[in-house]
Design a protein around this ligand. Structure first.
Ligand code: GDP
Ligand code: IMO
Ligand code: MG
Length: 424
């Protein structure tokens, strides 16, 4: 059986959590392949709204095993809070949730280093979620990290102490004052590690290979978005992992030849949290309306998300890099009633019209060229089938499919699991 992938095609928060939850009934296993608690994946069903951070979005389905892959970074403190948040659902998560021994651990000092690094950057800050993501991946690639499997070893606390001491020295190198009480943070951290150890640790690449041989269906869940990818995103305003399709291979131990469908998710407009270039960003009433109607506030940090028109240049780029086979368009309902819609179809770049994403998309270099569409006026949120779609929405979808040369198979018309319309 092939492994299907689901990933975000913009700057994150496209609605990955919702769609993984919707698709999970078709899968035996859902596996997260990168990122950490910088993610906030929102699920809504039966009047409940729940945000997941590290735990895969298949957790609410009875017969699905949820794997946290080797490419993920885990903060035991946040993870335990997530587990506690699941208590009210009466899930047997000890059976349904398993962790790769090769996943790296976020230490309290990683979070402090993140804060020191961001503060020292001043106006040039990345706008990190401050969850310690960058420093933890730095220790991973620097070959200093502590992994889930290390927690089973007798000497891991010694290694922890050496690394934490090094981090404290590094914090001192940043010319900023960071207030912290490490003994308090460590108390919370070590208690959380004990809770983490109650879960099952596995060699997840072996588990997933065996599962495939046994004919199990697997969905790989991405976090963040392709434009936040460490290589292909808007560097340095990116996260520290491979958010694109290749990340599923390195983050789960799945071979490229084993990848099946690549589901790419995008909003009918664009949002971004944190710093960095955003060519189609709106600073007018239309942007404010998208933010208000779309409730565009970060699921993790509560920060307002910047809003703008759909950027087809960027979307084509991320579809190509990921090899997307099916598209899913989210939040079209938010645009109902807009007078008109715009889509950026090319950029004016240093006086020349281009249709690819150049090395530098800072505002001084790039000016979007727009195509304007009439917007649909009808409320989409109660619709249940494609035949109810207004003409303007069908025209918008047809235009995007033609430009991207990939079918839009799902149109989401609201946050609830049920507000999902499949197009054949
Ligand atoms: P993720 O990080 O990609 O899982 O996305 P987030 O959960 O951070 O942000 C998506 C937000 O949009 C959440 O609040 C969802 O409940 C909500 N959402 C998802 N799909 C739709 C949709 O089609 N319409 C509307 N109005 N909201 C949606
Ligand atoms: P989900 O999975 C949106 C952004 C941060 C910041 C940059 C680096 O919910 O889509 P980091 O904490 O990784 O050092 O932050 O990346 N960012 C996200 N933006 N959704 C996310 O995840 C994000 N995870 C990180 O705002 O600009
Ligand atoms: Mg999110």
């Amino acid at each position: 059986m092939a492994v299907d992938l689901l990933l975000g095609l913009q700057w994150g928060d496209e609605g990955k959590g919702k769609i993984v939850d919707v698709l999970t009934s078709n899968y035996d296993i859902v596996a997260r392949f990168q990122g950490g608690p910088n993610a906030g994946h929102t699920l809504e069903f039966d009047g409940i709204k729940h945000v997941l951070r590290t735990i895969p979005s298949g957790i609410f389905h009875d017969n699905t095993v949820n794997v946290i892959g080797n490419g993920v970074v885990i903060d035991p403190v946040v993870f335990v809070q997530e587990l506690d948040g699941l208590d009210k659902f009466n899930l047997d998560y000890k059976k349904k949730l398993i962790l790769s021994r090769k996943a790296h651990i976020i230490l309290p000092t990683h979070r402090l280093l993140d804060a020191a690094s961001e503060t020292s950057k001043g106006k040039a800050k990345i706008g990190s979620t401050l969850k310690g993501i960058g420093p933890t991946y730095m220790d991973k690639t620097g070959r200093n990290g502590i992994r889930v499997g290390d927690l089973e070893l007798a000497n891991w606390k010694e290694r922890y102490r050496n690394l934490a001491n090094k981090h404290e020295a590094l914090i001192g190198f940043h010319d900023v004052q960071i207030e912290y009480n490490l003994p308090e943070l460590e108390k919370e951290f070590f208690a959380a590690v004990e809770r983490l150890k109650e879960l099952t640790f596995i060699d997840s690449e072996e588990y997933l290979q065996q599962a495939q041989r046994a004919g199990k269906t697997i969905l790989a869940e991405g976090a963040q978005g392709s434009l936040l990818d460490i290589d292909f995103g808007t560097y340095p305003f990116v996260t520290s992992s491979t958010t694109t399709a290749a990340g599923a291979c390195t983050g789960l131990g799945v071979a490229p030849t084993q990848i099946g469908e690549v589901y790419g998710i995008f909003k009918a407009y664009t949002t971004r949290v944190g710093s960095g270039p955003f060519p189609t960003e709106l600073f007018d009433d239309a942007g404010a309306e998208m933010a208000r109607i779309g409730n565009e506030f970060g699921a993790v940090t509560g920060r307002p998300r910047r809003c703008g028109w759909l950027d087809l240049v960027a979307l084509k780029y991320t579809c190509q890099i990921n090899g997307v086979t099916q598209l899913m368009m989210m939040k079209g309902d938010v645009l109902s009633g807009f007078e008109e819609l715009k889509v950026c179809t090319s950029y004016m770049y240093k006086g020349e019209e281009i249709s690819h994403l150049p090395y530098n998309i800072e505002p001084e270099n790039v000016e979007p060229v727009y195509k304007t569409f009439p917007c649909w006026k009808k409320d989409l949120t109660q619709m249940t089938e494609v035949s109810q779609f207004p003409k303007e929405l069908n025209d918008y979808i047809a235009f995007l499919e033609k430009e991207l040369e990939i079918p839009i198979k799902v149109v989401s018309v609201g946050p609830d699991r049920k507000q999902t319309i499949h197009r054949d």
